[in-house]
Write a new protein. Sequence first.
Length: 232
Amino acid sequence: MKNYLLIKYILCLIILFSTTLTYVEASKSLADPLITKGLKVVSVTPANKSKRVTKDTIIKITFNKIINAGPEFDSICLLGPIDGGYSEPTISDNMFTIKSAAAYDNTKYIVRLPNGAFKDEFGNLSKEYVFQFTTKRSNIKVAKPIVKLTSTTGKRIKAESTISASVTYAQNIGGGAAYYWDGISGYQILTGASNFNITAPTKVGKHTLYLRVVDVTGNDTGWKRYIYKVKR
């Protein structure tokens, strides 16, 4: 009888021990880091803030896990003065590659991966990731913008009259302009300006107009001075 009870006790222990092991293994699988660990970028090529990058460079983004296209995959973008765009988007295991179509030399571009651009095999979505690079300078020298004003310097103009300005950019490369009158007002910034108007000061007397134009590749006229005599 005692032997029977002993055997029964041992069998109960074996069953209990086996059940405990199964529970522990199940708990481990539920906490599997491959399932619960978030999806994130581990490296990018070109590296963030790289310079002298070719305009058609291959951009490589590596994740910590195998990836698939997420709900915001089509919102991935390459941003610049005029958005460059990209081609040949490819997903291979944990890597995403695109071919840059940056438009301009010596220009900063930003690669933006929005929230949910990618997902792993367990449905975890990627978070927003942004990095930038600057394209290299061209060996071809681009001429500085040429500015023309309807009223030449030294002319007498009426108070609050309009001075028309036109800018010619080499190779049709747009840019922007800024101007101000001495002690009268702050900067007026004009993005993508090629034709714009400048209003003369209200105060009678001699005034200096400061005008500067820059194209998107960095060619800069510097601050040019134009002297006007404002009359009533």
